[in-house]
Write a protein that binds this ligand. Structure first.
Ligand code: AMP
Length: 358
């Protein structure tokens, strides 16, 4: 695979890539960037941690630089993912390029976002619900959108965002470039692609819905009652940061209190926590202040934290595909990682479904 240097990117972009330490494109980037630069619609099947953000962000920035009238819209299912994309885009667009971007997510002040929109940002990074809120008062917000990116489209459908996506689609220009990324490719995603994309080129890395190779997976069979003891043993036997998934907000709270009572540095995220609490939890986990993060699926989606050594599935997910997303939080960026599942007899059916994907 050739280096980014041979891509002929504008110098300002090359400089920022260099600063980030990106030398060679990842496989999804090598496939997607030339297609995206050609202006074609694209359907990308990419696992977590593959570098898909840069795969769409680089061509998007380059197109915006050469089309000064156009804007771009990036949709993501969760606030955390939107924030991560925003941080990445801001870093890449740096000071030299001067492409202003705005983050439109729930849980943050509508008023501040409206004020930001007055500065006419060229890039909007949004969660679907909040964008629809803004469209109510600013129906022309998307009139110049020449690029649309749907990131983690499967997750957007799982979270019930289809009605909002349809409203957004009605507000977008018909002529535009659309790039859609999804880790899985069920029929619902094919239908969505048929509505949003026009003769898309398909790019894929590895088999769809399969975990990243470097993850070592293990199971321990136990009972509901036995889970806590096993978890303590496993936490003591392992080194490094641990992300633990539970099924519900309540179980997340309860488990993190339990671990706290044993003296662990633990924090937690789930959908009922405020934006500030979620941010503090993630930043505290990222910085090492907390060794353990307990989370529900919704809150942990899209987390990009380097160096998560272990993912422990205290409970199995409700949908088999979420297992792939969960364990994809470790072994990011080419590093190794371990995933452990605590399985109870009631989990048998779900574990079978997961094993079929795996
Ligand atoms: P993503 O799948 O977009 O969340 O990216 C996963 C991680 O890989 C992020 O931490 C990126 O900063 C990093 N990354 C993406 N592309 C490259 C590249 N070409 N070289 C090195 N690191 C990369």
């Amino acid at each position: 695979m050739s280096n980014f240097d041979s891509y002929g990117f504008p110098p300002s972009i090359s400089k920022e890539l260099h600063k980030l330490g990106f030398v060679k494109p990842t496989p999804i980037q090598a496939q997607a960037i030339p297609v995206a630069l050609s202006g074609r619609d694209m359907m990308g099947m990419a696992q977590t941690g593959t570098g898909k953000t840069a795969a769409f962000a680089l061509p998007m920035l380059i197109r915006l630089m050469s089309h000064p009238q156009q804007t771009a819209l990036v949709l993501a299912p969760t606030r955390e993912l939107a924030m991560q994309i925003h941080a990445f885009v801001k870093q890449l667009s740096g000071k030299n390029i001067n492409l202003h971007s705005a983050l439109l997510i729930g849980g943050a002040s509508m008023h501040n976002q409206t004020r930001e929109l007055r500065q006419r940002p060229r890039i909007l990074i949004a969660t679907p619900g909040r964008l629809v809120d803004h469209l109510r008062s600013q129906p022309k917000l998307l009139q110049n959108a020449g690029i649309l990116v749907l990131d983690e489209a499967d997750r957007m459908l799982d979270m019930g965002f289809l009605p909002q996506l349809k409203v957004i689609l009605r507000n977008l220009p018909k002529v535009r470039q659309t790039m859609m990324f999804s880790a899985t490719f069920p029929n619902a995603i094919k239908n969505l692609a048929a509505q949003f994309l026009n003769k898309p080129a398909e790019v894929a890395v590895g088999e769809p819905s399969r975990p990243v190779q470097k993850i070592e997976q293990a199971i321990i069979e136990t009972t509901q009652k036995g889970k806590n003891d096993i978890l303590l043993d496993e936490l003591n036997a392992r080194q490094g940061p641990v992300l633990i998934f539970t099924r519900t907000k309540h179980r997340t709270d309860r488990l993190s209190r339990y671990l706290e009572s044993y003296g662990y540095n633990v924090t937690r995220i789930h959908g009922n926590r405020t934006q500030a609490q979620r941010r503090n939890a993630i930043e505290g986990f990222r910085s090492g202040e907390f060794r353990i993060l307990v989370a529900t699926d919704i809150a942990a989606r899209g987390l990009d934290i380097d160096g998560i050594a272990h993912v422990i599935n205290y409970d199995l997910p409700q949908v088999p595909e979420d297992y792939i997303h969960r364990i994809g939080r470790t072994a990011r960026n080419g590093k190794a990682g371990q995933a452990l599942c605590l399985l109870t007899p009631e989990d048998r059916g779900m574990w079978k479904a997961i094993s079929r994907l795996n």
